[in-house]
Design a binder for this molecule. Structure first.
Ligand code: 5GP
Length: 327
């Protein structure tokens, strides 16, 4: 569907419930706050609720006055707006509330694997981030952007491009950032907000993750991992570990980076990054997860060692398949 259908749908609601996926990341938070500020300007009463609490590295972003802790605080909402989620299940408990309340759902996303679960769906896999689709909404509506929205969307783009290092760093993402900087986003302050907010414990834990480095497949696969016992002992929340997987990609000659974080209950959260040699979205989908060709994730049942073994094997298989299909 087009931007016009989304604009029409947004115009007809009065109090939208805006949400995104579990394990919130920068594109999710920046996009939902940026869009909610737009909706507020349109005279709506947006409420932002996520299953997970807002990670502290986003505390500096404008628009947090619209964030509520749970759906119980979202009485009177008349539509759901779901951002950056391939499926309604990705929102966790908030999506279940939307389904039970039979809310019409506006689904805005840039993942190619989006299943089109909304009443209105705006899926643009070519967009480097959900934030750039929100930016397009502002332009289509002829709305000024302003410093508050620019800050949210710029932060989303920095996060989604891995600080302009991932393969979605393009003329499009850089031009969007230049536009947002001209609108008042302060790159230095936003980088400080995003990356200078770690606790000493989180940094020590990252040190543990670095020490766990394993190299497989003749130096082309780097794996970092953290056992649950170590994370629990440190008292560090998972959100403070966002971006660790990018360190795996910083090893010379590595084409695929993996970060495995063991969760309670024998489940492992897997983050995958690729330089294009392996389609990690396909690998993640094989485990019930998803994402993008070069950045994807999944939650896989099993112990840390079991999951590590399976993931390494699947990546090895994907490399072999890729070699077989080369001309
Ligand atoms: P990350 O590794 O940073 O958690 O996620 C990388 C990308 O994969 C993001 O686009 C994220 O939304 C997606 N992703 C991560 N975990 C899952 C998952 O369990 N299911 C799906 N569908 N996507 C995921």
């Amino acid at each position: 569907m087009s931007l016009d259908s989304v604009i029409q749908a947004l115009s007809s609601v009065s109090s939208p419930l805006v949400t995104s996926h579990v394990d919130l990341d920068g594109d999710a938070v920046g996009s939902e706050l940026g869009l909610s500020l737009l909706l507020e300007r349109m005279g709506k009463k947006p409420v932002v609720v996520n299953q997970d609490a807002l990670p502290c590295q986003y505390d500096f972003l404008p628009g947090r006055h619209m964030v509520r802790k749970s759906v119980e605080e979202a009485a009177g909402v008349d539509a759901g707006v779901v951002l950056d989620c391939t499926s309604l299940e990705r929102t966790g408990s908030v999506g279940r509330f939307m389904a039970e309340s039979r809310l019409p759902i506006i689904n805005i996303d840039h993942h190619s694997g989006n299943v089109g679960f909304g009443t209105v769906n705006l899926i643009r896999p070519e967009a480097c981030a959900t934030a750039t689709i929100i930016l397009d909404l502002f332009r289509a509506l002829g709305q000024s952007i302003g410093q508050d929205v620019a800050t949210c969307l710029y932060a989303a783009l920095v996060a989604e491009t891995g600080s302009f290092r991932l393969s979605n760093t393009s003329a499009e993402s850089l031009e969007a950032c230049a536009l947002l900087a001209r609108e008042g986003a302060k790159p230095y302050e936003i980088a400080a907000g995003l990356f200078s907010s770690k606790s000493p414990q989180a940094l020590r834990l990252m040190g543990d993750a670095m020490s766990s480095l394993e190299i497989h497949l003749n130096g082309t696969l780097a794996v970092l991992s953290l056992p649950h016992s170590r994370v629990e002992e440190s008292g560090v929340g998972g959100e403070e570990l966002e971006g660790i997987v990018n360190f795996a990609m910083s090893v010379r000659g590595v084409g695929v980076g993996v970060f495995l974080r063991e969760l309670p209950g024998s489940v492992v959260k897997v983050s995958l990054r690729s330089n294009g040699t392996v389609d990690v979205d396909k690998v993640a989908r094989g485990f019930g997860g998803g994402g993008h060709t070069n950045a994807a994730g999944a939650k896989i049942p099993g112990t840390l060692d079991e999951v590590k073994g399976i993931v390494v094997e699947r990546i090895a298989q994907a490399v072999r398949d890729g070699q077989r299909h080369q001309p």
